[in-house]
Design a protein. Structure first.
Length: 573
């Protein structure tokens, strides 16, 4: 017990020691986008520690040079690949992997011959990310014969993805490898080939005793076999592992479609939720009307992802029969079914489901009411305005928020009084939805209420709510809002219960954009003054707005944000 604690503490201390080079301290002047050190002395001190007799200092220095990403450090890091300590060589290889360039590839090719498996693994993984280099491909061909199965798997996968026809024999031979990970990589790689002659090899892989190989083979099988060979997948539908059944049902649906509808439908009752979800997805892709009833049954499944996928597949099927069945479920189904039925009716834009959805706004389950309100917004039937306004006075904030959103989608000025009242709702999401909806409706009578919401910063109004109010004022394009937008664009802090706090950039950016939409000389004059505001994101937004309004560029002050690299070695820079 004591030994375990000592080991954990030692591991933590070692990690902190390796992280020490980049703790906060003195700036070494590294630019974010391009490495250009103004202080060569700092880099020289780091490079000098690569020759230190202390292995920890060498490791720290290698880590720091990799984090800087200086191409000039490649030669120094490449020399560390011959270090007698495996830990140092591993860090050198990892740091080289962060630097682009042909010289890095050559150094990593050397690391493939390292005696330590971790160093070889790091090298082969990075070379696999650089398959465009012919030397990397040739190295992968050699790595496919490595004694380390993880390296063989990476090599086979890379050859299948980027190798030429001369490398396919290596991939095919890997199907007989003793390690299942290598065989799985080979089976997956065969799916990337355009050669139909690989079907026989995949048929053998389908019968592999390891589930991962069989699953990868089932996934690859659909890329080569035709509908006539779909029967090869049927035995896998009863496989003991869910991953194989899931891959098989998906490939079966892709290959055979409606011809294998019964076999796919049976897996809707599988014990594993991911298999049921895949089966429901495949039925939606097949789009056979016969699958409607089984999918309706799955709306009561215990797994929420299965229910939503089943509802999505019903939406794909579409048709009047599906709509009537969903309306029936919304009125008489269980809780899960009512939730998904309301969601699906909205996606189908079923206007004949409006009355049922209006009744569902009073359902006893909150999720049903939320989905019903959201669906009414998607359907855009004006008969829903009064029920939504009634529900906007509900005690459930989630329902109020969805009703406010839906009323904006309907776009009727009849909803104006209710939405203006919602601007003072105690819940921030409701206020945000109300402000956004007022912008969508576009009635200028909402301008005073939105101005009050923008400037009302002392009574719990959130930054997101004020940002939505600023955006909505721009959509209304009323000159009465210019003074309020200018005032808030230039206000860096707002009052709060704890005193003045910095306001969010998005509020001020939305104010600037809204001024651009309103237009006029007053807006241009205010924006030209605002281009000198302290926050760079705000200045950038104002510059873009002015350029769009006037047609000429407006440069603004950019502050370089140097990336701070700090080094703790045997000397301080």
């Amino acid at each position: 017990m004591r030994t375990d604690r000592v080991l954990k503490i030692s591991t933590i201390l070692l990690a902190l020691a390796l992280l020490a080079p980049c703790v906060r301290g003195e700036e070494a002047g590294i630019d974010r986008n391009k490495w250009r050190p103004p202080d060569e002395r700092s880099i020289d001190l780091i490079t000098a520690d690569l020759s230190s007799p202390d292995r920890l200092l060498r490791t720290r220095a290698a880590w720091c040079l990799g984090d800087i990403g200086d191409p000039e450090a490649v030669k120094d890091l490449a020399r560390l690949l011959d270090d007698p300590v495996a830990e140092v060589r591993l860090q050198a290889a990892a740091s080289l992997a962060k630097i682009p360039g042909k010289e890095v590839t050559e150094a990593l090719l050397r690391a493939l011959a390292d005696e330590h498996p971790a160093v070889r693994g790091t090298a082969v993984r990075e070379l696999a990310r650089r398959p465009g280099n012919p030397a990397s491909i040739d190295a992968m061909a050699g790595a496919a014969a490595s004694a380390d199965p993880s390296i063989r798997a990476i090599a086979v996968s890379t050859l299948a993805r980027a190798g030429g026809k001369e490398h396919w024999k290596i991939v095919e031979a890997a199907l007989s490898d003793e390690d299942p990970g290598v065989r799985a990589s080979a089976a997956q790689g065969l799916g990337l080939s355009a050669d139909t002659g690989h079907v026989r090899l995949l048929q053998d892989a389908l019968r592999d005793p390891h589930f991962l190989v069989a699953a990868r083979a089932a996934e690859a099988f659909r890329h080569h076999a035709g509908a006539s060979r779909s029967g090869e997948l049927l035995p896998l539908l009863g496989h003991a592992h869910y991953a194989v059944r899931r891959a098989a049902v998906y490939s079966l649906g892709k290959l055979a479609g409606a011809d294998r509808l019964d076999e796919v439908t049976v897996l809707l009752q599988d014990s594993d939720a991911t298999v049921r979800k895949s089966s429901a997805e495949v039925l939606g892709l097949i789009r056979d009307p016969r699958s409607l009833d089984p999918l309706l049954t799955m709306l009561s499944d215990a797994d929420k992802y299965v229910r939503r996928q089943s509802a999505d597949s019903i939406v794909r099927l579409g048709g009047e029969k599906a709509i009537q069945a969903l309306i029936s479920l919304l009125q008489r189904g269980d809780t899960f079914a009512r939730r998904e039925a309301a969601w699906a009716l909205g996606k189908l834009s079923a206007k004949n489901g409006t009355l049922a959805l209006c009744s569902a706004l009073k359902d006893g389950d909150p999720q049903v009411t939320w989905n019903a309100a959201h669906a009414l917004g998607e359907i855009k039937d004006m008969r829903a305005i009064d029920p939504l306004l009634d529900a906007l006075r509900s005690t459930d904030p989630g329902l109020r928020m969805n009703c406010a959103w839906a009323l904006g989608k309907l776009g009727s000025s009849q909803a104006l009084p209710g939405l203006l009242h919602a601007l003072s709702d105690p819940e921030s999401p409701v206020r945000e939805a109300a402000a956004h909806s007022l912008g969508l409706i576009g009635d200028v009578e909402a301008v005073p209420g939105l101005i009050a919401a923008l400037l009302n910063v002392g009574n719990g109004q959130s930054m997101a709510g004020r940002a939505e109010a600023a955006w909505a004022l721009g959509e209304l394009r009323d000159t009465r809002s210019i003074p309020a937008l200018v005032k808030h664009m230039n206000t860096r802090t707002v009052p709060s219960m704890a005193g003045p706090v910095f306001d969010g950039d998005q509020v001020r950016i939305n104010c600037a954009r809204s001024l651009g939409k309103i237009g006029g000389q007053d807006a241009v004059t205010a924006l030209e003054k605002g281009i000198k505001l302290p926050r760079e994101p705000v200045r950038a937004a104002i510059s873009a707005v002015l350029q769009q309004m006037t047609g000429r560029p407006y440069p603004y002050e950019r502050k370089l944000r140097p990336r701070r690299i700090y080094y703790i070695g045997n000397q301080k820079p």
